[in-house]
Design a binder for this molecule. Structure first.
Ligand code: PLP
Ligand code: ZN
Length: 401
């Protein structure tokens, strides 16, 4: 039997409800599951699993090199700006200052539109186009809206972006330059979601909200494939991620499971302990994880410098809790001052101007080392999810403590 796989040929075969596993078709536009109103998750045919050499398109230096494990059916529908394959950077100066022996940062700030949202939106807008959507709408804390506006422009779809009025100007302005309609709302992303339901009551637009369509997750999952490939099919001991809606956390873990099922990981590779990092101002997952509330359905958050973490009621909370439990991970929350301190350290010691979300992740590593949850000799991977540039108006003048 010929098991060679055309690298770009998608092996997707179905979707399932994250709660009850009822199957859904991947060949039509989908939202949340009709059975449980929960996220839909994509499944691939991993029966004769391809090797990395068979499945990965080495000529493609974007996330689309993993096309066999992505849901797009026809190359012609791909909407790309060259997202993914971001560098893994060693942090030797900060490492030796605090005693870490193997400290690495994956710099997602180098993606098109300045954040890792590019991965999810490249994937989601490609599928929207493939399945015949004319226009898309999104409630956003900032970066997802910018990315959606860019990919819709590139794919020839209309874009409506609903974001909090207090979002830094650079996010709104960039959306205008991509030709998007922008609506400003008083409140946080959950208030924007309510406005989206109003604006799209007739359902003409495809709702690209986090985990309300199945494909942003698939784009974010490519971070997991890249981390493994870039480390020679090994994985770090601990991975720290700034969790808002949680697609990255859930997606990276999904990639690890898929690679494990396909036999891609080096023998005896343990999966990393996954750490979700939140802002003290908005830490629903932290409060649920540590038992301060049963769940975040009624959680109220406050704005934070880390816009991407201002997600008070994440739909994916149960899936995030699964990842934390299965990986023996934990949750950390970081103050606003802490994020500024982390931005200063990464800037001054390593030449990285990171988003406050990325700075929070670094501060969480420091905190977990000081409490002994992390050992100094473990291989630590920090995810910096965005560039600091769009946050400039909120952090200007704070480079000195
Ligand atoms: C959106 C965002 C996050 C949170 O991502 P989720 O997938 O919602 O968990 C973190 N950092 C930045 C910079 C973001 O834009
Ligand atoms: Zn269900």
């Amino acid at each position: 039997m010929n098991l060679t796989v055309a690298p770009s040929l998608s092996r997707i075969h179905s979707l399932h409800c994250a709660r009850c596993h009822t199957p859904y078709s991947p060949f039509e536009l989908q939202s949340v599951s009709a059975c449980c109103q929960q996220p839909l998750v994509a499944d691939y045919d991993l029966h004769y699993p391809p090797t990395p050499a068979e499945a990965i398109d080495q000529a493609d230096s974007s996330m689309w090199r993993y096309g066999a494990l992505l849901p797009l059916l026809a190359e012609a529908n791909k909407v790309t700006l060259g997202e993914g394959m971001t560098p893994l950077l060693q942090l030797p100066r900060l490492g030796s200052k605090y005693g870490f022996s193997a400290l690495t940062l994956k710099d997602e700030g180098q993606n098109p539109t300045g954040s890792f949202k590019a991965r999810g939106l490249s994937m989601a807008i490609s599928k929207a186009k493939e399945l015949g959507a004319q226009g898309c709408i999104i409630p956003t804390a900032g970066n997802a809206g910018v990315a959606m506006a860019a990919y819709c422009a590139r794919g020839g779809l209309s874009a409506t972006v609903v974001m909090p009025r207090h979002t830094p100007e650079a996010f709104k302005e960039e959306c205008y330059w991509y030709g998007a309609q922008v609506e400003l709302v008083d409140g946080l992303i959950n208030d924007c979601a309510a406005r989206v339901r109003q604006l799209n009551a007739g359902g003409e637009l495809l709702d690209i909200s986090t985990l309300k369509e199945p494909y942003r997750l698939e784009g974010k999952k490519t971070m997991g494939y890249e981390i493994a490939e870039q480390l020679g099919w090994q994985l770090p001991d601990v991975l720290l991620y700034p969790a808002g809606g949680g697609t990255g956390l859930i997606g990276i873990w999904k990639a690890f499971q898929e690679m494990k099922a396909m036999g891609w990981l080096a023998p005896e590779t343990a999966l990393p302990r996954m750490v979700a990092v939140q802002a003290e101002n908005c830490r629903p997952l932290y409060d649920t994880y540590f038992g301060y509330q049963a769940n975040s359905l009624n959680y109220n958050g406050r704005p934070t410098l880390a816009n991407g973490l201002a997600v008070p009621r994440p739909l994916g909370e149960p899936l995030m809790l699964d990842v934390l439990r299965e990986s023996q991970g934990t949750v950390v929350s970081i103050s606003e001052e802490g994020m500024l301190e982390g931005m200063r350290e990464l800037g001054q010691q390593e030449g990285l101007f990171v988003a406050p979300e990325g700075a929070a992740v670094w501060m969480a590593a420091r905190q977990l080392l000081s409490t002994g949850w992390l050992r100094a000799d473990e291989r630590i991977l920090l995810l910096n999810t965005g560039s600091g540039q769009k946050y400039m108006s909120n952090v200007a003048g704070r480079a000195w403590a």
